[in-house]
Every structure is written in C-alpha cells, then in structure tokens.
Design a protein. Structure first.
Length: 386
C-alpha cells in the first residue's frame, strides 16, 4: 500500500507539523505499507526530523517538495493552489491523508483538522480562527462568492471533504467542525514524545512564569505583556520568560519597545533549543497562554507534564486542559485574582500539579497511535494493530 500525506509547509515546525510527522512515522511502520510520501511546500531538515520525532524517526519517509510558483494572492490562495496540486497526485496512491486540515483528494480519505479551512467565514470569525473581520465575514453573498473562488482554485468538489474520516485535536474543535457540517469526527490529542517531561522531581522551581509560542499578533504577545504588567505590580518577584520564533520584525520591535517602556522583567528567548525549553518549563511555577479560543495547546500539555501550572484563557480547547477553574481567566482582573489564590494556597498548587501529571496517558504516543489505528480500521475495514 502506497500512502500519500499532504501538509502545506514545514518551514516552522509546531504542533500541527509534529502531528503530520508522527502520523507518517506510524504509517511507515505498518507491514502493509510499502511507502510513505509527504508532499509539502517546504520540507523539514534532518535536524528538525530528529528533534521532533526522536526515536520515532523513520528514514523510510520520502518527501516531495512543491514550491509555490508565486508568492502573491495571500496565504489562503496559496494553500488553495497547493490543494489543487495534491489533488492531481492522489490517484497514484492507495491511501491519502491530510495532516494540514481538510483536503479533497478526489476520493475518500483521512484528514487531521487543526482548524477548518473551508468552513464559512462567519463561523471562523466567530471562534477567532481568522483574525480579521471584513466584508466577506459579514455578508452571505460575498462569503458564498469567496468560498466558490477558493474551491475553484483548490480543485475541491462541493463539500466532498465533509465525508472524509476526520480527526481533530480537541473536543472544542470537534464542536466547531460539527457546527460546520463535518461528519465522522474523532478527537485524537497530539501525542507527546518526550519522556524527560515527566522527570521533574529534582528540579528547583524559580519565581518565574513562562510562555511558549510565536511572537506574533495571533498569539497575543502584546496582550500577554499587558497581563504580566498587572501581575508584576502585585507580585514583583516574578519574571516572565517568552520562548518562541519571531516571524514579524515590526511586531517583535513593538514587543521589545513595550517591555522597555514598562520596565518589565521579561526575557525573550528566540529560537531556543529543545533541551533549554524543557528546562525553562521545569523551572517555572506557572505557564501562561492568553490566546482566546486556542484549538488545543501542545505547550500547555508539556507544561503540565513538567509540573508547571497552566494559566489559560477561559475559552476553546484550553478549558478541557485545565484541571481546576482557578487556572482559567477571561480578563486581567480575573487572572490577578486567581494568581493570588494560587500563591496563597500551597495545597491547591500541589493538587493541580498532581492532577495535571496524572493525565499523561491522555496525551502520550500510545493514545495518539490508538486514535490513528481506529481511523485506519474504520477507513480500511481491517484491524491495524502493531
């Protein structure tokens, strides 16, 4: 059996890219599979593969790189062109899998949807999956025209992807997909592969809060600084460490200027290595993610496994990762109030840490592979068990 996996780009390797690589590695291990090919705009380097997969890395994964012919048209249009290219290749493969949202392969397939691409603009803006509101988000006729153009560019049939077996990363995103009309949906949490995340017994916690993710508007970095400014006024002995990539120089400059103007004890760590990132997680008392309607949050799970207490926006997939309501906030005032409750109650902090680490079986590779195996069984009508 020849397997084709489509994933738009590995230029930045985050949670979605980890899922794609892990699915490829799992499929490559099956005796029924003769080859696994990933088609992408930008393939990952060998170093990235080893960093992401570790012992799960399989050299039997092949890559086909399809660079974009033009850079004009915006991200969504370029993704649509990529879908059309993949659609033309699909007939040569026995099993087709998309790990970058939905895909019309011209035949039944499996898709891992982190957030829907072809759902209505109004639905996507409702859950802040798209960041801007424009005329297409407000008027049905313009939305209909926009979607028809996108489907024409991508070569997609009319809503055919709704019939694919769909995996997604949280119960929140499952509800969004159901609202959009998707069928055959299963929640398969992204799998953790770092055994060292659980080894935190000898680590000394420091008075620090950490945040992980791109330094960009869609990750709410400036809002994070505003939250921390209020926390710093009440708890001046805490510092904030922000680990991530900076893809927008002007936004990074704005973040650096805010830190300087407010004289905040904030350290930006760009392109931090995996070992150092884990150490920062293990040494931090709290992890914070202010993003509304987060789809899942693999870094949140990593923090939990490191014995670090996540503080999360009360929306989206973050709600199902919290083990106590005191971890959730809707605004800065609530965050400060909850932070004080945690600081004043050692027993509460210990309980949250223990409950979080006890959930490791929900997020390990075995659970992830079991979800993938079940999808394959449903698709192929056979039992795939290693």
């Amino acid at each position: 059996m020849r397997v084709l996996i489509s994933h738009y780009s590995f230029q930045t390797v985050g949670g979605a890219e980890r899922v794609g690589l892990l699915m490829a590695s799992r499929l490559a291990d099956y005796p029924e599979v003769s080859s696994v090919t990933i088609v992408t705009r930008n393939k990952p380097g060998q170093k990235q593969l080893y960093q992401v997969l570790g012992k799960e890395y399989s050299k039997s994964i092949d890559f086909i790189e399809l660079p974009a012919k033009q850079n004009w048209g915006g991200m969504l249009i370029n993704v649509g062109r990529f879908h059309r290219d993949v659609h033309t290749m699909a007939s040569r493969y026995d099993l087709c899998v998309s790990t970058y949202n939905e895909q019309d392969f011209g035949k039944p397939a499996i898709q891992y949807v982190h957030h829907p691409l072809f759902a209505s603009r109004s639905l996507l803006s409702k859950y802040q999956i798209i960041g801007s509101i424009n005329i297409a988000d407000k008027h049905p006729i313009f939305e209909w025209v926009f979607n028809r153009i996108l489907r024409r560019i991508s070569g997609a049939s009319d809503r055919s992807w709704l019939e694919n077996i769909t995996l997604t990363n949280s119960h929140f995103m499952k509800s969004v997909l159901e609202e959009a009309g998707y069928k055959k949906i299963s929640v398969v949490y992204p799998g953790l592969i770092d055994d060292e995340l659980h080894s935190v017994g000898d680590i000394t916690k420091k008075r620090q809060i950490c945040a992980i993710g791109r330094i960009s508007p869609d990750k709410y970095t400036l809002e994070l600084l505003s939250h921390f400014e209020s926390l710093h006024q009440k708890f001046p002995d805490y510092k904030l460490i922000v680990c991530g990539l900076a893809e927008n120089d002007s936004y990074l400059a704005e973040v650096e200027q805010r830190i300087k103007e407010k004289d905040l004890p904030v350290e930006l760590k760009l392109n931090v290595g995996r070992a150092e990132l884990i150490q920062i997680l293990q040494e931090s008392v709290y992890y914070i993610n202010p993003k509304p309607f987060e789809h899942f949050g693999i870094a949140t799970v990593e923090a939990m496994m490191c014995g670090t207490i996540p503080l999360l926006h009360k929306s989206g997939g973050s709600i199902e990762l919290a083990v106590d309501d005191v971890q959730l906030f809707e605004d800065t005032a609530t965050l400060v109030e909850n932070f004080r409750s945690l600081e004043d109650n050692n027993a509460l902090r210990s309980t949250i840490i223990s409950k979080g680490q006890n959930r490791k079986d929900e997020f390990n590779l075995r659970a992830f592979y079991t979800g993938l195996d079940t999808a394959l069984k449903n698709y192929l009508g056979t039992t795939w068990v290693k």
